[in-house]
Design a protein around this ligand. Structure first.
Ligand SMILES: [Zn+2]
Ligand SMILES: [Zn+2]
Length: 340
């Protein structure tokens, strides 16, 4: 496919889509677009996460009497499944698009591949090895711990578990709201770890990958991983059910890849491609202080002035904001330094 029909490539080789990013149409009064938006809301990403959740529910989770006790066997079993699932899903995108490079740099935002650019900020100077090890040694264990704890709470009655037979409509609404809960939780936690020392100590590890690939998705400090995956625990407080909590968790865990694919479209045939929806978060990795949230289902970035839709105007707004922030910091520095 000719990626220049869908976007532009600058002199340095960075590709950007020509269509601006849009938040959910009901926030901007574009009601005629709701049908198209709804299709994109369900297909393909959330449908895939739903299938993964069903697979966990029917084939992976131990029975409830077992989950009443905290024992190593079912914890390790869940770790093994989580690790295998991520290895297959993230690994196949990494293998075909970053190792085999079947699509070259078509639709790739950054023209470089991480493996071609060794850097001292990474373990073994390799973004791939660093990100891979952090995912499997830190983030997936933290994810599994939160999963085990939440399921143990459900099993022991420490949750507001409502019966699907009596409350099916509420649970259906809640399932539909899972991406919105994700966006609010992710935005708040993510914004928090961008502040001051929290950024320096915790979140800077994730941001070492300025040019992210799938393995970057879960390359996190353990505190960031705990904040990220604790989203599942809202279902201990809300009237909910464990299946909905599992859907929330799989959307978070398997969905982390979405912002880190690095390609705007994954080509399926010579004429057809799947939209990755990666551009919002790619810009976050590029510019740091924009797009803290996700796709604008709940457009907190727009409301708080940090939304970047990829246009020149948004770029100008961002630069102006950065300039004002620099001035503010300089002023503060000047007043806190005693005159000589
Ligand atoms: Zn990221
Ligand atoms: Zn960030």
């Amino acid at each position: 496919m000719d990626d220049l029909k869908y976007g532009i490539r600058d002199k340095r080789g960075n590709w950007a889509p020509s269509e601006p990013l849009e938040v959910a149409p009901f926030w901007t009064g574009k009601f005629s677009q709701i049908g198209r938006w709804l299709v994109g809301y369900v297909w393909p990403h959330n449908a895939i996460f739903m299938l993964v959740s069903l697979a966990y529910w029917y084939f992976i989770l131990p029975d409830w009497t077992k989950m009443k006790e905290l024992t190593w066997d079912w914890g390790l079993w869940l770790y093994a499944v989580n690790a295998a699932g991520i290895f297959v899903m993230y690994g196949s995108v990494e293998f075909f698009y970053y190792f085999k490079r079947i699509q070259g740099t078509r639709f790739k935002y950054n023209p470089n591949f991480p493996s071609d650019k060794p850097s001292d900020v990474f373990w073994f100077k390799s973004q791939n090895i660093d990100n891979f090890l952090r995912s499997f040694l830190i983030s997936i264990p933290v994810w599994t711990l939160i999963e085990v704890f939440t399921l143990w709470c459900f099993a022991n009655g420490y949750a507001h578990w409502v019966d699907p037979k009596d409350h099916w409509l509420w649970l259906a609404v809640l399932i539909f709201l899972v991406p919105a809960i994700h966006e609010v939780h992710f935005y708040c936690g993510h914004w928090l770890i961008h502040q001051g020392v929290l950024y320096k100590w915790i979140h800077s590890i994730h941001h070492n990958s300025i040019n992210p690939s799938p393995w970057s998705s879960m390359s996190m400090h353990p505190v960031e991983a705990a904040i990220f995956f604790s989203e599942m625990m809202w279902h201990l407080l809300l009237p909910s059910a464990p299946f909905v909590a599992m859907f929330q968790l799989t959307s978070t865990a398997y969905g982390a890849i979405v912002g880190h694919i690095g390609f705007d479209k994954l080509e399926l045939t010579d004429e057809r491609a799947m939209n990755s929806q990666a551009y919002t978060h790619y810009m976050h990795h590029k510019y740091f202080e924009v797009n803290y949230g996700a796709d604008g289902v709940v457009p907190l970035d727009k409301w708080f002035g940090t939304w970047h839709d990829g246009t020149k105007q948004a770029d100008e707004r961002m630069k102006e904001r950065f300039r004002r922030k620099k001035e503010r910091l300089n002023r503060r520095k000047a007043t806190s330094t005693p005159a000589e």
